[in-house]
Each structure stands twice: as structure tokens, then as C-alpha cells.
Design a protein around this ligand. Sequence first.
Ligand code: NAP
Length: 257
Amino acid sequence: MATWRDQVALVTGGGRGIGRAIARRLAREGASVCVNYLARADAAESLVADINANGGRAIAVAADVADDAAVEGMVDRVAATFGGVTILVNNAGVSHQATLESYDQEKLQRMRQVNADGVIHTTRAVMTDMRRQKYGRIVNITSIAALGTALPGNAFYAATKAEAQILTLRFAMELGPFGITVNAVAPGFIQTDMTHGTDENAWKERAQKLASAAMLGRVGEPDDIANAVAFFASPDSGWITAQVLAVDGGRMDYLGR
Ligand code: NAP
């Protein structure tokens, strides 16, 4: 029977925001954790130092999830340090606001490569070990934008997240026979660097508006998402797969205009 102490977790984009809360939570449950980052080594290293100082096991590894060779190198490094990855959390993501008017193919292509191709690269990189172990938990962080509810300017971002969502369902089918579960958590509006922007007042106003539209009367915190991820990643969740869980404070009826 697998326990949390046997788990080796890879959290992409684990240094900041939602990923940071997920990495911290999985470490607290007892997993060894690889905190992946793209550019902000400072953030990833500070989390790793914190986890290790508190009796956990963590390393930080830089890799662009859009680059499949870099992802393979990262997964090899995790295996050499902790053993094969048993929990993969595809959290790394970028959001470029654009409308049909302001569409910029290059920027949007890059967003697709990170948000959708990244999920393919990491899943392919961990699946050999997971299949061999006949065990694995994969959790993809999508968005309620993929469910059709979205703020204006999010159409192309939503499309990348919809791709990640359908990959979740299809990969669950492919990997199920090997004891590997694949699920998605679809966050609503969460307070992170991604949503903050530069204008503090505009941000507060927006957060307040969204909070009042939520059934639970507030916007989300990264820990709200980490909690759902820990549920899917748990050794006990071995008969739950191909699910998309919206964690949004109950504002699915919200259509931003
Ligand atoms: P964030 O604060 O902007 O953090 C993004 C993280 O992703 C950073 O750690 C960043 O690394 C990493 N990253 C970006 N591109 C990467 C790449 N190519 N390779 C590896 N890592 C990369 O974002 P967040 O709000 O925490 O969002 C996390 C996930 O939740 C994303 O997938 C996002 O789309 C999704 N989401 C967020 C919200 C929300 O309201 N915040 C809602 C729905 C869904 P560095 O630290 O090195 O820059």
C-alpha cells in the first residue's frame, strides 16, 4: 500500500503563486518534491530551503515546460535524487490577454506551447516510470475559463486551457490501465502575480467585483487549489480519474462583461 512518504512529486511552476502552495502542501503531506521554475530561481530556492528546514525533502530544477528535452532532463534529475516521479502536477502556465482585434500570433503560440504542449511533454516524460510502477497521479491545473466562463480578453487563454482539459480526459483513458489517474483542477479567480497586474486600485476593484459574484463571497487563495490537488494526488484517490473539479467559490454562473 502506497503512502504519502513514498511519493515523489513534480510541480511545474512550483516557485510562485498556486504552484508554490501546491508544492508546500504535498511536502507537508510527506512527499519528496521537485519545485520546477522557469526564471525565478530565487522564489523556487526559498521554498525549497523552507521545506527542507521543516523536515521535508525538496529540490528546485529549472526547465521550460515548452521544451521537451529540458523536461526530460528535469525528470531524470528528479529520478536520480528521489526516485521516479509518482505525482505530476502540471501547474506552469501563462496568460496573455487578447481579443480578436489585438490577436498576436507569436505571443499566443508561446502561450499554447506552455499551457498545452507543456502538459504533453511532462506527461510523456514521467509515464515510463509510472507505467513500470503501475502507479501514478497526474493533476492538471486548467481554469474555469475552459468551461466557458471567462473574463473578457480570455478567449485564447481559455482555448489553451480547454486543450489541457481534453488532454486530461484522453490521457486518463490511455494511462488508466497502468494504475495512473489523470484529473484536472479548474481554478476560479485566485490572488497571484498572474491576476494582480500593476494597478493596485484596479486590481482591488476587480477582486471585489468577482468576490461579490461568488456564492461564497470571496476570491480564491492558492491554498484553496492546493487542497483540491492534494485530494487527487493522494494515494487514497486511486479510483478517481478523468475528472475536472472546478474550485471557484461557486461562481460558475458568472459571465464577465
Ligand atoms: P503565476 O503566479 O503567474 O505563476 C506562474 C508559474 O508558472 C511561475 O512559477 C512560473 O515560473 C511558471 N512558469 C511560467 N511559464 C513556465 C514555463 N514555460 N516553464 C516552467 N514554468 C513556467 O500564476 P498562477 O496564478 O499561480 O497560475 C498557476 C496556474 O493556474 C496556471 O496554469 C494558470 O493558468 C492557472 N490558473 C490561475 C488562475 C488565477 O486566477 N490565478 C485561475 C485559473 C487558472 P517562474 O516563477 O520561474 O516565473
